[in-house]
Ligand binder design. Structure first.
Ligand SMILES: [Zn+2]
Length: 223
């Protein structure tokens, strides 16, 4: 009787265990394949656009004042491209900017806020207190949540902006060496990359949120 039981047990084990193992391996393979296909799709759909400010842009100061584009890589054209990123926002803007003095950018952020967009700004402790900085206007006049490091020991030197980072279809990021200042737009060698690369956006969002939460206490400081 015991032998019969063992035989039945062996027969069942010999049938079921390979079936379960085979199912498990197939599922793992299928999940890996789906993950790879999803990463490939993200890669296929991702874009980037590079802009470089050179000595040619030194001639664009007047163009910036008069809003006249002289050529494709005019400082006005470049600025319009960045402003379009901001105006395209549907739910959120998270800007990490060492220095911001351009009225055009401040105006676009104010318009976004009035459209109901959640705008979060991180900036530098010292530059935010400089006379031409737009941070005081944004924070004190328009009630933006602007955060800085709690003291001036280290510069908050980042220059990037996330737009609709939580939406896989709309998300975009611009980052580079450019401060959003007239000096940056007409007098320096600078670069900015605009991209919707989801891996980069994940990383930059993560870092933004870490800084945002770290700087929470400093929010009580008046700019
Ligand atoms: Zn120009």
């Amino acid at each position: 009787m015991q032998n019969v039981m063992y035989r039945i047990l062996f027969a069942v084990s010999a049938t079921i265990i390979p079936m379960v193992l085979s199912y498990w391996i197939k599922q793992r393979y299928r999940n890996k394949l789906l993950k790879l296909q999803s990463q490939q799709r993200e890669f296929d759909n991702s874009y980037y656009h590079c802009m470089f400010w050179t000595t040619d842009n030194n001639k664009c100061k007047e163009h910036m004042f008069n809003n006249i584009e002289c050529r494709n890589n005019c400082s006005v054209t470049y600025l319009q491209t960045l402003l379009k990123c901001l105006s395209s926002s549907k739910s959120s803007i998270a800007m990490c900017m060492y220095h911001l003095t351009l009225k055009q950018v401040a105006d676009e952020l104010i318009k976004a806020q009035r459209r109901g967009i959640t705008v979060r700004i991180i900036t530098d402790y010292i530059t935010s207190r400089i006379e031409h900085s737009k941070m005081k206007l944004l924070k004190n006049t328009h009630g933006f949540d602007v955060r800085t490091p709690p003291c001036n020991d280290s510069f908050m030197h980042h220059k990037y902006c996330l737009i609709d980072a939580e939406d896989a279809d709309l998300q975009k990021l611009f980052l580079g060496s450019l401060n959003l200042t007239l000096q940056g737009c007409v007098a320096n060698f600078e670069f900015v990359v605009i991209t919707n690369n989801p891996h980069m956006i994940r990383e930059y969002s993560k870092e933004f949120n870490v800084l945002w939460n770290t700087f929470e206490e400093s929010n009580v400081l008046r700019l």
